[in-house]
Design a protein around this ligand. Sequence first.
Ligand SMILES: C[S@@+](CC[C@H](N)C(=O)[O-])C[C@H]1O[C@@H](n2cnc3c(N)ncnc32)[C@H](O)[C@@H]1O
Length: 315
Amino acid sequence: MSNLTKPAWAGENLLSQFVNLLIHTPPIYAVMKHQARQVLIKTAEKNGVPWRQRSEDLANSGIQSHLSQITNPTVTYPDYYQVPFHAYSQGNLCWQAAFEAESATYSMGLRVWPQEHLTWQEAQARLRGSFHQVLANHLTQPIRDILDIGCSVGISTLTLHQYYQQTQGTSIRTVGLDLSPYMLTIAQLRDTHREIEWLHAQAEATGLPDRSFDLVTLQFVTHELPRTATQAIFQEAWRLLRTGGVLAIVDNNPKSPVIQNLPPVLFTLMKSTEPWSDDYYTFDLEAAMETIGFEQVTTLASDPRHRTILGHKLQ
Ligand SMILES: C[S@@+](CC[C@H](N)C(=O)[O-])C[C@H]1O[C@@H](n2cnc3c(N)ncnc32)[C@H](O)[C@@H]1O
């Protein structure tokens, strides 16, 4: 059965095509991109996220010299990854994107409960906590090895690792994997207790051994991918999971009234800065997981904007 309910602004209809035309008209796109960025930064700073200060501090910290240590020179970048993204012309493959990723993540948390006037710390804890709780309710066996795919600067990875370390009381091995060595350099800097193994690799072909993880997560990654990449990553997650293991995804919920009713300005800005949005909102993730072999595929609205999708590898 299809789980697909796409918002009206995604896909092939007239509204969606009109928005796509604006996005593909360079002078209009340039203005939209600039505007989106200004609004994002101002809103974040108004809510206490020190966006420009943190970025400046990182830029002046000398961390750039650590890039070569984490970079795997054999990694190749797929075409879909090398397009402008989030208003950065080099997408995730630049320092500016990495220096601003923490602030962008904290701002994302703040957008989930706008009426509740949470601090960014409270919103972030609640965002992660709702995912961890849904996942914990569906786990049937203990977790020893975790892979966080698309870990970015490590916020999702560290909170996940600490959650299982505390709740299970046993030693957990966690790997944070990303295709951007810039993001990973910042992740490593943030991992002050050296709790995580940071890996520069393509999620579609990680090079990690078969059946070596109990839990693979994709947190806020799939909406940034074309469906062909998502399918390939699901296949790789299947290979990496042990029997009884779980693939857990948290991302924008196409069925959420908030997403369905995003004001035109917001969805236009979103589509203009996340080029694979249409592909995500018109793709049946659950069906794709089932095709690969995942069973008991379950979707829950884990917060007002996001869904958590879980699939079990039972063979
Ligand atoms: C929005 S960020 C994820 C944020 C993070 N997981 C969190 O919850 O805070 C998406 C990340 O996915 C990474 N990514 C995208 N495509 C990838 C791929 N094919 N392989 C590995 N990482 C990828 C990007 O570099 C980016 O850092």
